[in-house]
Design a protein around this ligand. Structure first.
Ligand code: UTP
Length: 250
């Protein structure tokens, strides 16, 4: 196996404004809002650790000191955390690009405001990427609301097209990207070739589309289980309700 699973790094974008969770997010980064007894981003760090990722890059905005105050060095999670700053809030693809100087090879991106169960989902995604020798692997699931996700057009196990937040009529399927990706380093070049899209921001979905157009091996893998994008107060409640009903043993 050419790619060493153990050497894969993690990157967690956490530099967004979290406006839909305002006014809490005037004071607290949304990634620090609790799901159960832990910050939502802490669940992501734990899932990475479970996938043998011990080098994790957290992308923060210039004002988000709270994340490093809370997560610290990462030692208490058994990982080493490096913080990089996204100077301006220019979208998810730009947030990923902010980490380029500290990424050495294959890496995993999981959004810092997304809650997944079971935590093993990430290990499965990485194994699939490595075994398939993919250039990029996008974690997807059947989504209820296509207008909130990057929606793929599947073709065998590959992706023929991907559209960010399409209308219901435009959506090529109901399989949406759900905030977990594995990339080879070429993705940084694809991001540099990406034009601003939805909301005038650099969207990671559009960079994946650049990679598809370059005939890279872009695959998708269905992620089973629970996925909640903690973007709104209702999502935060839903994640906590799930936690209380399923894991509230302490
Ligand atoms: P979202 O689009 O859900 O986050 O990005 P947001 O922009 O903070 O939300 P609203 O629309 O203002 O409520 C998903 C993830 O990508 C990160 C966010 O921190 C979140 O974890 N992100 C988004 C960045 O790191 N940088 C960006 O420029 C945009």
């Amino acid at each position: 196996m050419g790619r060493d699973l153990l050497k894969m790094q993690g990157l967690i974008p956490a530099a967004g404004g979290g406006t839909r969770l305002g006014p809490f997010t005037n004071a607290i980064p949304k990634e620090l809002l609790p799901v159960g007894n832990k910050a939502v981003i802490e669940h992501v760090v734990e899932a990475m650790r479970l996938a043998d990722i011990t080098e994790i890059v957290i992308v923060v905005s210039p004002h988000k000191h709270g994340l490093s105050d809370y997560l610290g060095s990462g030692r208490r999670f058994g990982v080493n955390l490096t913080y990089v700053v996204q100077d301006e809030r220019k979208g998810l693809a730009d947030a990923v690009l902010s980490g380029e100087h500290v990424i050495n090879g294959s890496f995993v991106v999981v959004l810092g405001d997304n809650f997944f169960r079971p935590k093993e989902f990430l290990k499965d995604l990485i194994l699939y990427h490595v075994n398939e020798r993919a250039d990029a692997t996008i974690g997807v699931a059947e989504v209820e609301d296509v207008t909130r996700h990057g929606i793929i057009m599947p073709e065998d196990n590959g992706i023929a097209d991907i559209i960010e937040k399409p209308s219901v009529e435009e959506a090529p399927s109901t399989l949406g990207a759900i905030g977990a990706y594995v990339f080879e380093k070429f993705i940084f070049d694809a991001i540099r070739e990406t034009k601003p899209g939805h909301k005038g921001e650099y969207q990671l979905t559009d960079s994946v589309k650049v990679a598809i157009d370059q005939e890279r091996r872009v695959l998708y893998k269905k992620i089973d289980g629970i996925h909640i994008d903690v973007g709104t107060p209702a999502d935060l409640m839903r994640a906590n309700k799930w936690y209380i009903n399923n894991e509230n043993s302490r």
